[in-house]
Design a protein around this ligand. Structure first.
Ligand SMILES: [Zn+2]
Length: 398
């Protein structure tokens, strides 16, 4: 049993439910896996009752509206539209495109459709937010394998490590791109990073192909992500780790090579994956790597965090473009990352409504709630943050 207040209120649900729903279960749940490396951070107790109040108000929202947190009809419709968009772009690109003028926009359309699969379908499924039925969530989560990356490793890196240790240097793998990028004021600084606000954008582009072709295999072999132990998949998960790569490689290389020269296939593979990489990276960076996000560290010499988990999540995360219907629809609620980090098991369709409750509660409890009014103001803030981090000296723990 976990000590009260040490772990975030939502996390036990997240990890316990995953070990129930995994087929077969994840062999080791997060706390025991992380204790192996002695890297389990402890958050402060929620003495102010911030998360308890938030949960009450959100439960009240669902009770008064009669809406369900999962299995929303809008999600099934959206899934059908995005998968049709994906299949249509692929078929038109591989079988019908005549010349570069048709092929380039189709490749970019395919890349954005694949990113939308990640944002809207896989992300909700992977967090058990899509449906109350485990098989629906698993099916939705497996769409990540369809677009080239391992859903097994994503669960550990994103749903557990990133969602627990958000923006904590050395613990959150999402802010660790090696020495090429410095996102946190607590990361080591290298001279060449003073140009990172310029050179990182194309590197975002190759991040997807690197993830698909190398990153997953490296993590599988090393069994570690940062300081965290990642158990090697077994049984069905092991089979799916490798088998899951087959459809994406077949669609990306094998089928197109029957119809086009290899160098054309390679060039368009790079164009599609660059589109995915830039889209995914930018959307995720706007939530955590901007001027308004905090980068707290454990108190000096300990594994204790100053804030309660829920407060930590709000203060390390920033929303953007909350009034844009297009962003809300296309990004699967990832422009409402504060709400997503607090309630990862609620379907993203509800985040616009929940954001009003969360913002008001933050105001009452004195928790800083940050939001960029548009996508572009978020981009500008990310650019300025990269520039500042590339030049500013290393900050030390309190
Ligand atoms: Zn997430």
């Amino acid at each position: 049993m976990r000590p009260a207040g040490v772990f975030p209120p939502t996390l036990p649900l997240l990890t316990e439910s995953r070990s129930e729903v995994a087929d077969p279960p994840v062999p080791e749940t997060f706390p025991s896996a992380d204790e192996k490396t002695g890297t389990r951070l402890k958050f402060a107790k929620d003495t102010a009752g911030f998360m308890t109040e938030l949960k009450l108000r959100v439960d009240g929202y669902f009770a008064t509206t009669g809406k369900s947190p999962n299995d929303c009809w809008q999600m099934y419709l959206k899934t059908a539209i995005i998968l049709t968009w994906y299949a249509g772009s692929y078929i038109a690109l591989v079988f019908y495109a005549q010349g570069a003028l048709q092929a380039i926009p189709l490749a970019m359309s395919l890349g954005v459709a694949m990113a939308a699969i990640g944002f809207c379908i896989q992300h909700d499924g992977g967090h058990d937010a899509y449906s109350k039925k485990r098989w629906v969530n698993r099916l939705a989560a497996y769409t990540l394998d369809l677009i080239g990356a391992s859903s097994y490793l994503w669960h550990w890196k994103h749903a557990i490590f990133h969602h627990t240790f958000t923006n904590v240097q050395g613990y959150d793998s999402d802010i660790d791109l090696g020495r090429f990028a410095r996102f946190s004021p607590h990361a080591k600084k290298y001279r060449f990073q003073r140009w990172q606000h310029l050179y990182l954008w194309p590197l975002y582009g190759i991040s997807s192909s690197r993830w698909h072709l190398m990153g997953d295999y490296e993590d599988f072999y090393r069994q570690t992500v940062g300081p965290h132990h990642v158990p090697r998949p077994r049984g069905w998960e092991l089979f799916w780790f490798f088998a899951g790569k087959v459809p994406s490689y077949t669609l990306a290389f094998v089928i197109p090579m029957f119809f086009h020269p290899w160098y054309i296939v390679l060039a368009f593979y790079m164009l599609v994956t660059c589109t995915i990489g830039v889209t995914l990276s930018v959307v995720f960076q706007l939530a955590h790597c901007v001027e308004e996000a905090e980068f707290p560290l454990p108190e000096d010499g300990t594994l204790r965090m100053e804030n309660a988990w829920a407060v930590h999540q709000v203060e390390t995360t920033v929303d953007f473009g909350r009034n844009s219907f297009t962003l809300c629809w296309l990004l699967g609620g990832l422009n409402f990352q504060i709400e997503h980090h607090l309630f990862p098991r609620i379907c993203h369709i509800h985040y616009p409504a929940l954001s009003k409750i969360v913002e008001q509660t933050c105001k009452e409890y004195g928790v800083r709630y940050a939001c960029h009014t548009s996508f572009w103001s978020g981009i500008k803030s990310h650019y300025r943050w990269l520039k500042r981090m590339g030049r500013e000296e290393m900050a030390v723990a309190k």
